[in-house]
Design a protein around this ligand. Structure first.
Ligand code: FAD
Length: 403
């Protein structure tokens, strides 16, 4: 007998967006299913896990889930800069621990978690609106009926694609990374490495987790470059380029690979009975390809809006629109500005990167942090563009705010 279930809300995808949506919806008192295709939550890690301590605190993520970062080092072929903060503001997450904590929170609030279920079909009503999903699990075919579905399947956007609402992302980042034990690592300092030898469109990184464990990775912008990030990662480790040399012997313990959308905030994210959240909605900062805190934050908003709509018995696009309004108000301008900086960075030659690092040296710590977090409000940017004592910084921010 095929398995069949009835839920108020079905959330497909047990990443940070899905778990957070399921948590907020279950907490609001409706019947929620959270469905994940892998054997466990975060079985496969597809991210470097850098985020910000302010957000970690806001979400209530436990202190044992991250390594704090105080120093931000950049290296280009012939230049280097380190911006230091008196207290740690950034963090490298223990991704598995954090994502499992998020899923446990959802379960604790009353959501049912289904693992090993690969959703591959949508169920529609006579108006072509979604009213459930189908997939395959250990016992064969499985069906979930629901009033609303949240597509939190990440880059692949399985549900929205099956509905015919979206096609594959055209512009995206591809990243490969080793989690490795090394001989020497400063647990307070991350490294971003730029220039042709590291990657022709993107950046390479060393993110420390403490206890001499680091994540060393390479990100490549597609379609701008056809370089394979895994191959390039092996090469830069073999050549011991830049700060990689200082790590000493590198013993990989895990390999991570992932794709992240970089098409801007181009997608509509609410339809009748359907919400897109996290990477499926393209909610990422294109400058450093950062999406975890948006996935959690807007996952919670999606869960709350969906559960309110279900309680009010009105689940059409209009009823779900407050979700889209919320996230657009929060990040649209900032992400658009970050996109302009990215457009500038993606075309820089090695020499230009050396000069760009000279500009970054001129930023105060809080200016730098706003910049890298894409947290520049328009007024902040205008201030930098008009009043910064250094001409090069004024020019950079003029470019970012203009266009
Ligand atoms: C190389 C790389 C490095 C990154 N580094 C950072 C970083 O340092 N900091 C940061 O903030 N962001 C980073 N990101 C981005 C970040 O990982 C994403 O923005 C974030 O994971 C989005 O969360 P999500 O829940 O939307 O999607 P995901 O984390 O991708 O979760 C989607 C979940 O859905 C499940 N799923 C998919 N299809 C189905 C299906 N058909 N049925 C059931 N389940 C399904 C998947 O197994 C997965 O568990 C990086 C991305 C990449 C690729």
């Amino acid at each position: 007998m095929p398995e069949e279930y009835d839920y108020d809300l079905v959330v497909v995808g047990g990443g940070p967006a899905g778990s957070s949506a399921a948590f907020a919806a279950a907490k609001n008192g409706i019947k929620v299913a959270l469905i994940e295709k892998e054997n466990s939550i975060a079985e496969t890690v597809r991210t470097s896990g850098v985020t910000w301590i302010e957000s970690i605190k806001e979400f209530g993520i436990p202190d044992n889930c991250y390594n704090p970062i105080k120093n931000f080092s950049f290296v280009s072929p012939n230049n280097e800069v380190t911006i230091s903060d008196s207290i740690a503001t950034a963090a490298v997450l223990d991704v598995r621990k954090t994502y499992r904590w998020l899923a446990n929170e959802a379960e604790g609030a009353g959501a049912d978690i289904f693992l090993k279920i690969n959703i591959n079909e949508v169920i529609k009503n006579e108006n072509n609106d979604i009213i459930g999903v189908k997939g395959t699990g250990p016992k064969g075919e499985i069906t979930f009926h629901s009033k609303i579905v949240i597509d939190a399947t990440g880059f692949t956007s399985v549900i929205s694609k099956a509905m015919g609402f979206v096609t594959q992302w055209k512009r995206f980042g591809a990243g490969a990374e080793y989690e490795a034990i090394v001989e020497n690592s400063d647990p307070d300092t991350w490294w971003l490495m730029v220039g042709q030898e590291y990657t022709p469109a993107g950046y390479a990184w060393i993110f420390p987790l403490g206890n001499n464990i680091v994540r060393i990775g390479v990100g490549v912008g597609k379609p701008e470059s056809d370089i394979d990030p895994t191959q390039r990662l092996k090469e830069i480790i073999e050549k011991q380029l830049g700060p990689i040399k200082k790590l000493g012997k590198i013993t990989p313990i895990e390999f991570h690979y992932g794709l992240i959308p970089n098409d801007g905030l181009s997608r509509k994210t609410v339809f009748n009975n359907l919400i897109l959240v996290g990477d499926s909605a393209g909610q990422a900062n294109p400058l450093v390809l950062e999406g975890i805190r948006y996935a959690i934050r807007f996952g919670r908003v999606a869960g709350k809006v969906a559960s309110d709509a279900i309680k009010n018995k009105k689940t059409d696009e209009d009823a779900l629109y407050p979700y889209e309004e919320n996230w657009r108000n929060a990040i649209e301008t900032k992400i658009n500005s970050a996109g302009k900086v990215q457009d500038r960075w993606i075309g820089l030659s090695d020499k230009e990167w050396d000069k760009e690092l000279d500009i970054i040296k001129e930023l105060k710590t809080d200016e730098f942090l706003d910049f890298i977090k894409a947290d520049f409000g328009l007024s902040n940017m205008l201030k930098l563009a008009m009043n910064h004592p250094k001409l090069a910084v004024r020019q950079l921010f003029n470019l970012v705010k203009g266009k």
